[in-house]
Design a protein around this ligand. Structure first.
Ligand SMILES: *[C@@H]1O[C@H](CO)[C@@H](O)[C@H](O)[C@H]1NC(C)=O
Length: 204
């Protein structure tokens, strides 16, 4: 088993019409043993900008701390809000600097740009960026998430429909993955506000 699959995770980001959603499961495990059922892997960076960190739990926390530090420094030095593509390249850089002893984490960025266009971006553990117009998935349930998203995503969904598609994709994907699940949290990002929903999932 790969070290990135040890603790288990499932993250999905989807684009809609002037909105974007990002969600994750809540399980933290030590292989098949569930250790915690309230371990969130998606973090707010700014209003309208979130990052999901699927992978080894220790590196999830380390990376989250380092991202927060770098974003705070960006705020102070640049005196403007960091944009989603800036953040993606910043994290990509952080990962590539450590390419010979990488963080075992494959971040997913989701947010709205200055023009309120949806932005999603994925990368591997040494920071190779990969973009998609529709959705980005990650974690141990990513194969299942690909299947669900492929079926449920449609272009130009509004926030409510996009929330439904992403939630169903997430809940049904983790039900077929023993390493992730135990409920989910989904953030729906629109130009006016971001809403966070906690979803009840199967407890087995
Ligand atoms: C996550 O996985 C690592 C193995 O690489 C393990 O040492 C650690 O205990 C796991 N985390 C938890 C909280 O179980």
């Amino acid at each position: 088993m790969s070290i990135t699959q040890y603790n288990g995770s499932a993250i999905v980001a989807m684009t809609g019409k002037n909105c974007v959603v990002i969600g994750c499961d809540k399980r933290l495990g030590q292989q098949a043993l569930t250790v915690d059922m309230n371990f969130e892997k998606v973090f707010r960076v700014k209003d309208k900008l979130y990052v999901g960190l699927p992978g080894l739990a220790t590196d999830v926390q380390t990376l989250h701390d380092r991202i927060r530090y770098r974003v705070n420094m960006y705020d102070l030095e640049e005196e403007r809000a960091i944009q989603p593509d800036n953040l993606a390249h910043m994290i990509s850089n952080m990962l590539y600097q450590k390419r010979f002893g990488p963080y075992f984490c494959e971040p997913i960025i989701a947010g709205l740009t200055e023009k309120d266009e949806p932005y999603i971006m994925g990368m591997d553990l040494i920071g190779c960026l990969s973009s998609a117009p529709d959705f980005i998935v990650g974690g141990t349930a990513s194969d299942n998430l690909y299947g669900m998203c492929e079926a449920l995503w449609e272009p130009d969904l509004g926030p409510d429909d996009l929330f439904r598609s992403a939630s169903q994709a997430l809940l049904n994907a983790v039900d077929r993955d023993a390493m992730s699940g135990w409920g989910a949290v989904v953030h729906v990002i629109t130009p006016e506000k971001t809403e966070t929903y906690h979803l009840q999932g199967r407890q087995d």
